[in-house]
Ligand binder design. Structure first.
Ligand SMILES: [Zn+2]
Length: 285
């Protein structure tokens, strides 16, 4: 089973990606949560264009990717989990949970550090919120994420299968919780005790700074709950809240591929330093 998963890693990941894109695309078409402000074809063309560009770039620069690093670490006996002899199921589960926490931490860092926020704002500047928002990241953020993942893998020594499982879950989770969809409220309340739901993560894409600095999780919701960054709902409600970033509303800049690639390089570096923000509409928490 393990050998099969490793041998077919690329096909497995691509199948889950396409399957999820189709499911979410149909769901968003039949039961959209919000009306889009930019035409769907323009959004999908540009956001998915960036995905294709990033995938090619990643293949060229890190052909073995995270899975290759995990295989190398285990062949060398590097990393904490390669020192112990625990049942495979335990190490796989533990590795997936630790990797999810590492991504949560990385996400907080990309918001807190001004120069990293410049990269991450390509993801947040989207004027709408749909399945393709969950995939659009600046290529430099994608490359930095991979380096951070390499570092975590070297220290953790996760089983190769756990890394493949995590990559599939992260990708599918991001596509699910960026969906322009809603779950029935009662179901949403139950699911979000464990998994980040679309309504939970949408709060994170609000233009309001305090809301955008909430709900950083992509898969497990526990990290925001225990770290104190959990926020239940947006103040203005899901239909009336504004998605995006204050001051970045020019459609050409924040929708078209050329604008997305240049977005990190405009404006002053100090613009979003964590100690300089002007809080708007603070609820004095
Ligand atoms: Zn973010």
């Amino acid at each position: 089973m393990e050998a099969f998963i490793q041998a077919h890693e690329g096909v497995i990941r691509l199948s889950f990606f396409l399957g999820m894109l189709i499911v979410m695309g149909i769901w968003e078409t039949l039961l959209p949560r919000r009306t889009l402000s930019v035409s769907r074809w323009a959004r999908w063309l540009n956001n998915l264009g960036l995905v294709v560009f990033n995938s090619v770039l990643l293949r060229l620069i890190f052909p073995a990717a995270a899975v290759g690093m995990a295989a190398y670490a285990s062949s060398q006996g590097w990393g904490l989990l390669n020192q112990v002899d625990w049942p495979p199921l335990v190490t796989i589960l533990l590795a997936v949970v630790v990797l999810d926490f590492a991504i949560w931490l990385q996400h907080v860092m990309f918001h807190a550090v001004p120069v990293l926020w410049r990269l991450h704002r390509v993801h947040h500047a989207d004027l709408d919120y749909d399945v393709t928002t969950g995939l659009r990241f600046h290529p430099i953020e994608i490359l930095l994420s991979m380096l951070i993942k390499f570092a975590v893998i070297l220290v953790l020594g996760p089983p190769v299968v756990a890394v493949i499982l995590f990559e599939v879950l992260l990708n599918a989770g991001a596509m699910f919780n960026h969906g322009n969809v809603r779950l029935p409220p009662a179901l949403d309340r139950i699911i979000r005790w464990v998994i980040v739901t679309p309504d939970m993560h949408r709060v994170h894409h609000s233009v309001e700074d305090d809301e955008a600095n909430s709900n950083f999780g992509f898969n497990l919701s526990i990290w925001d709950r225990v770290m104190g960054t959990y926020r239940d709902q947006p103040r203005a409600g899901h239909l009336d809240m504004t998605i995006g970033i204050h001051g970045y509303r020019d459609k050409k800049q924040v929708t078209w591929l050329s604008g997305l690639l240049t977005l990190p390089f405009i404006g002053r570096v100090k613009g979003y330093a964590i100690n300089r923000r002007q809080w708007q509409g603070s609820d004095n928490e």
